[in-house]
Design a protein around this ligand. Structure first.
Ligand code: GUN
Length: 284
């Protein structure tokens, strides 16, 4: 079997086109969505991500404000800025690019973002709402994963899904969203004993480990849908996923590539959340 590629370029362009159409409709009602992105320090990957977010906003007709702060920014300074953006009625979404420098407590910063402007879906209120199935901002990467799985036409309901990784940003919420779609979900992690056996039972396998090539061909059930969240920079300077792509292509029915996969969907989903934030804040 040769897997079909779930093309993040095509799908993310569709999602961005939806966001652009929604933005145009809001503008007709006098509302222009605006996303504020804060970048602290010089992390090269974060700089690339932030530039990408500003470009996506531009493509969708969304206003963006990128605020770059020096590496030595204090927590108090960052919290003050977040507070100002929280109070600014023209700003609908606030995103603080992670990771933050060591002197800053990430949790304190996330807690300072009002839930209605938390377009990352990281604040405890949004996490809690997602958990109990209430309307909320869904975290962009897991929401993008679901959209990619659904794009294959493969029903999620009743399927066995395995998520490798238990981070608050990807693994845990991906598992919850799959559960909400009525999959039977297993979360695997670094202490999981029978990892290979569990993974190779998965109809849907989501890899969010952060190790290049971690998922080998023998861990994939024939016909599985494989979603690779990993973005690992190799010694060759290229980006590699968590999945051994060539081997996985021989087993999976569908697979996401890296680059050109989940990363693009994360960015597109952020645009959807920003539009939604603007609509909700204006009672639309
Ligand atoms: N760093 C890596 N991924 C993300 C993300 O989705 N949101 C934020 N704020 N920072 C990140």
């Amino acid at each position: 079997m040769q897997a079909q590629i779930i093309d993040g370029k095509i799908l993310s362009a569709q999602v961005k086109a939806e966001a652009a159409a929604e933005t145009a409709a809001l503008k007709e009602k006098g509302v222009t969505p605006c996303l504020a992105v804060i970048l602290v320090g010089e992390d090269p990957a974060s700089q690339v991500y932030v530039r990408g977010k500003a470009k996506d906003c531009h493509d969708c007709g969304i206003d963006s404000r990128v605020i770059r702060l020096p590496e030595e920014t204090t927590q108090a300074e960052l919290l003050k800025l977040v507070g100002e953006l929280a109070a600014d009625k023209a700003v609908n979404g606030i995103l603080v690019q992670l990771p933050l420098p060591a002197q800053i407590d990430e949790k304190a910063v996330i807690d300072a973002i009002p839930p209605e402007k938390d377009v990352d879906g990281f604040s405890p209120v949004n996490v809690g709402r997602m958990q109990i199935g209430e309307p909320c901002f869904l975290p962009c990467t897991p929401a993008g994963c679901i959209r990619m799985i659904e794009s294959t036409g493969t029903p999620i309901e009743g399927k066995r899904a395995v998520v490798i990784g238990r981070s608050n940003i990807v693994g845990k919420p991906a598992a919850l969203l799959l559960l909400a779609k009525n999959a039977t979900v297993t979360i695997c992690h670094s202490r999981t004993a029978n990892l290979k056996e569990l993974c190779s039972s998965a109809d849907i396998l989501v890899a969010a480990v952060g190790k290049a090539g971690f998922v080998t061909g023998d861990m994939i059930k024939p016909g599985a849908v494989v979603i690779d969240v990993g973005i690992n920079r190799g010694e060759d300077g290229k980006l590699h996923g968590d999945v051994d792509f060539a081997a996985a292509c021989e087993k999976a029915s569908y697979i996401t590539p890296v680059p050109g996969g989940v990363g693009l969907m994360t960015r597109a989903m952020l645009m959807k959340n920003t539009v939604q934030a603007a609509a909700r804040q204006n009672g639309l």
